[in-house]
Design a protein around this ligand. Structure first.
Ligand code: C2E
Ligand code: MG
Ligand code: MG
Ligand code: MG
Length: 273
């Protein structure tokens, strides 16, 4: 922009940029305060098998903001990541999810349910990540075997050796690992072979038009086949119609998540399924 205005023009003040910057710092302050005031909560979205039985749920963070109302993660996770606030937020999420897991374990109807928690790159890279997860599990009394951590491709590629060590340390105790949004990142298949994963999640961008776009159908089917060849579970995300479910099931997918089965919601909704 400054260049287009001529060689000797320097752009010191851009009102639009200034406005964006102060909106961001206001939001940052709000997140900080939200953590102090305990405004973050989890919604849970069911994961079901081919028979429609609930296997567990994914925990999705929500922010009950005193003025803005319910804010979705897309609006604050990126800033939380940039400011380091994702670390206390992630610990809060882990504590809430493990507490829920312990409650489910205590009720016959939900005893076998697992919970999946999304983990940001910064959280995972933190040197105390493994210990913090173990501490949280111990404090809550939740079973590590019912906890799944959802990681993304880019997160693990940063330092593959370190990622593998951390995953192995947690897996020894039974914690499972899922590769979220699979197919949207840049991981090579060579890495996929080395990572101690349990599950791939087909990104919802491939599921959306799986019935109408042959490319999406090909990608979804390839991911299902790949998962099964590697001995991994596969979950389809963003399943909204019976047609999508039927197609994916016919092609070997056995686990589903999406509005067809339940929107993310407070835990009482889920417990009635
Ligand atoms: P994700 O982990 O891939 O989660 C799936 C997202 O798809 C969720 O959005 C969910 O509400 C939405 N979804 C589920 N079923 C359907 C469907 O049938 N159709 C459509 N169109 N969407 C569906 P949400 O809750 O807004 O979360 C967005 C992203 O924010 C998550 O994507 C995850 O990357 C991140 N996130 C959420 N909670 C946490 C958290 O506690 N920690 C971290 N680090 N990231 C989180
Ligand atoms: Mg996820
Ligand atoms: Mg996803
Ligand atoms: Mg996502």
């Amino acid at each position: 922009q400054a260049k287009a205005q001529g060689r000797n023009t320097l752009c010191f003040f851009d009102p639009a940029m200034q406005a964006a910057a102060s909106a961001r710092s206001a939001l940052e302050g709000d997140i900080r305060q939200g953590l102090q005031r305990d405004e973050f909560l989890l919604h849970y979205q069911p994961v079901v098998n081919a028979a429609g039985d609930v296997l567990g749920a994914e925990a999705l963070v929500r922010w009950m903001h005193p003025q803005r109302g319910m804010v979705s993660p897309g609006e604050f996770i990126p800033l939380a990541e940039q400011t380091g606030l994702i670390l206390p937020l992630g610990r809060r999420v882990m504590r809430l999810a493990c507490a829920q897991l312990a409650q489910w374990a205590a009720m016959p109807h939900t005893a076998g349910w697992s919970v999946a928690v999304n983990v940001s790159a910064q959280e995972f890279r933190h040197p105390h990540f493994v210990q913090q997860v173990l501490d949280t599990l111990r404090e809550s009394g939740a079973s590590p075997r019912r906890l799944k951590l959802e990681l993304t491709e880019s997160l693990m590629l940063h330092d593959v050796e370190d990622s593998i060590l951390k995953m192995q340390a947690l897996r020894t105790l039974g914690v499972g690992f899922s590769l979220d949004d699979f197919g949207t990142g840049y991981s090579s298949l060579g890495y996929l072979k080395r990572l101690p994963l349990d599950q791939l999640k087909i990104d919802q961008s491939f599921v959306r038009d799986v019935l109408t776009d042959p490319n999406d159908a090909a990608i979804a089917c390839t991911i299902i086949t790949l998962a099964s060849s590697l001995g991994l579970d596969v979950v389809a995300e963003g399943v909204e119609t019976e047609g999508q479910r039927a197609f994916l099931l016919r092609n070997g997918c056995q686990q589903f998540q999406g509005y067809l089965f339940g929107r993310p919601g407070v835990v009482d909704l889920l417990s009635n399924m």
